[in-house]
Design a protein around this ligand. Structure first.
Ligand code: NAD
Length: 292
């Protein structure tokens, strides 16, 4: 193994804590970037659930590890064990990146940054845009908060009548009343109100699926009933990246919309975390060549 050859007495450790973890692309993405840039880090995945979180962070402090990524089910539960939390992570109520700053564990969320950078890579600037966003779970919340911070003019959030609807209401309240220095208006609606959905999409620049609909086991489903909800100059994006083309993106392409899948979000959230860990830019083009 190439990595074993380069590990020495100065190698710094970065971890990923989640369960299940075996499918994660993060170790490959970060380790190939360290190798490419000649950086003396190694990235390992640790199967960790909520029960072990406190002990794990105590261990990380004791070992002075450089940091970790955090995935399900730990993203919201880790907050009480950290010393400091970035504003975006505090508003989202979730952390996906922890950086050890001289013994102080600082929590960040880079999922929303990844979404905005993924749009940018596809030639779309969120600044001044109106976004219709379906969902209010972990991914959608990070998207909503970051888009508001990065200058979206308006965000209309739709969620079905389930346990996430209250979070949709909360996200709208945070954007309208808590985040200082932004100029974004947020609205909340029930996804069951299809007339309202059509009306909001009609005045939006971007439509985004922030739910798991389109991904297994819901890969045959799409939250937009038919093509009459879309128009060619609408940008349609999806946080789902397996499959690369969800039913929503297929429908969008059939209408002539620019269709953007969740791969960019995944890649750029990793790139943003990489920069926080190492101070270096991830070699994104190289990672794309190697992985996708
Ligand atoms: P979550 O469980 O936190 O949230 C689920 C959301 O989906 C809620 O808003 C819920 O109301 C909605 N939902 C679920 N089933 C629905 C249905 N049948 N109809 C309408 N709405 C429904 O999940 P999450 O962690 O936010 O993940 C959502 C998706 O985002 C997953 O597919 C995940 O793979 C993807 N994701 C992608 C990235 C990326 O980097 N591209 C990052 C995180 C998550």
């Amino acid at each position: 193994m190439a990595d074993q050859g380069r590990i020495d007495g100065r190698t710094q450790l970065i971890g990923l804590i989640a369960t299940p973890i075996g499918h994660s692309l993060s170790p490959a993405m970060h380790n190939m970037s360290f190798r490419k840039l000649g950086l003396n880090y190694v990235y390992l995945a640790f199967e960790v659930g909520n029960q072990q979180l406190e002990d794990v962070l105590t261990g990380f402090r004791a070992l002075n590890i450089r940091g970790c990524n955090v995935s399900m089910p730990n993203k919201t539960k880790i907050l009480p064990y950290l010393d400091e939390i970035s504003p975006a992570a505090r508003f989202a109520g979730a952390v996906n990146t922890v950086v050890n700053e001289n013994g102080k564990l600082v929590g960040h969320i880079t999922d929303g940054i990844g979404y905005v950078l993924g749009l940018k890579e596809s030639g779309v600037d969120i600044k001044g845009k109106k976004l219709t966003l379906m969902g209010a779970g972990g991914a959608a919340t990070a998207v909503a908060i970051q888009c508001a911070i990065d200058g979206a003019a308006e965000i209309s959030i739709f969620n079905r009548d389930d346990e996430y609807y209250d979070r949709a209401v909360k996200n709208v309240d945070i954007i309208n009343n808590e985040i200082e220095g932004i100029n974004c208006k947020a609205n909340v609606f029930r996804l069951e109100d299809l007339d309202q959905l059509k009306a909001e999409i009609a005045t939006s620049d971007i439509l985004t699926n922030g739910t798991g609909v389109g991904m297994k086991p819901l890969e045959d489903q799409c939250l937009i009933p038919d093509a009459s909800y879309l128009r060619p100059d609408l940008i349609v994006s999806d946080v789902v990246y397996i499959p690369r083309k969800t039913k929503l993106l297929e429908l969008a392409e059939s209408v002539g919309c620019k269709a953007i899948n969740g791969l960019g979000m995944m890649l750029w959230q990793g790139a943003a975390a990489f920069e926080k860990f190492t101070g270096h830019e991830m070699p994104v083009e190289y990672v794309k060549e190697q992985m996708f």
